[in-house]
Design a protein around this ligand. Structure first.
Ligand code: ATP
Ligand code: MG
Length: 233
């Protein structure tokens, strides 16, 4: 019932998408990657009563909350939001300017959360992978490290949404080969072909799921995502 928690999604995902899944949420700037991710996550957590962890590396917790509030979202008790400063706090010994392995800190945060919440912890989001790569001093062996990171996410039996910037024609990988490693890819975009701007998402890949491959138009009003249906070219 991951996507089915959002009304209208049953037409896009004809079968349920089961845990664990690592899903890339891709798209150009302003395509509503953050909003899409946050929407699916809050709908799911509200319905299931389980716990989620949302990590925003592009902005602070305060600015993320302010943005989501302006879109009509209200705080959900079972969703914790953390940013870079929360990650740094996990490492007590860190000096102000010291080189930090943020990927390692993320894994530490996940492990702590899993220990506290057990099976109730079911949803993780990382916003965004590009921001993570930018703040990582040492981007050596990223392919290998992403492979193990995604494997860790699956071993915790989580739905994991990983936001990744991508241009319209761009392939779905940055440093590692994330597109191949991930279980799913949902691409968000803006269509301009009919003289007006229409937001859409497209499920490019979702392992073990029977899903539509079409571009699905959607709009966002008063904290509600409205699925309008397939965009015909
Ligand atoms: N209150 C609102 N109602 C409807 N749409 C809004 C509202 N506030 C912002 N938007 C739209 O949402 C867009 C930003 O959405 P979001 O931050 O989810 O995109 P993003 O893909 O994560 O962007 P970025 O690449 O900057 O991270 C804005 O550019 C604007 O078009
Ligand atoms: Mg964003």
């Amino acid at each position: 019932m991951l996507f089915h928690a959002v009304p209208g999604m049953e037409k896009v995902f004809r079968t349920d998408v089961k845990k664990p899944k690592v899903v890339l949420i891709t798209g150009p700037p302003g395509a509503m990657k953050t909003t899409f991710c946050y929407t699916v996550m809050t709908y799911y957590l509200k319905k299931s009563g389980e716990f989620g962890l949302y990590t925003t590396l592009e902005e602070s917790v305060e600015s993320h909350l302010a943005n989501m509030e302006s879109l009509g979202f209200h705080l959900t008790k079972n969703l914790q939001i953390s940013d870079i400063s929360d990650l740094r706090e996990l490492d007590m010994l860190l000096e102000e300017e010291e080189e930090v392995d943020y990927l390692q800190l993320l894994e530490k945060m996940l492990a702590t959360f899993k220990n506290q919440m057990g099976d109730k912890f079911s949803f993780f989001a990382l916003d965004s992978l590009g921001a993570l790569y930018s703040i990582m001093e040492d981007a050596k062996n990223m392919r290998k490290r992403m492979f193990y990171f995604f494997r860790t996410l699956r071993s915790y039996n989580l739905y994991s949404f990983v936001v990744m910037e991508r241009s319209l024609s761009g392939e779905s990988h940055l440093l590692g080969n994330e597109g191949f490693l991930a279980d799913g890819i949902i691409h968000l975009g803006i269509d301009r072909s009919r003289g007006k701007l229409v937001r859409y998402f497209q499920v490019e890949k979702m392992r073990t799921s029977d899903h539509s491959m079409e571009k699905i138009a959607f709009e966002f009003r008063n904290g509600q995502m409205k699925i309008l249906g397939p965009l015909f070219e």
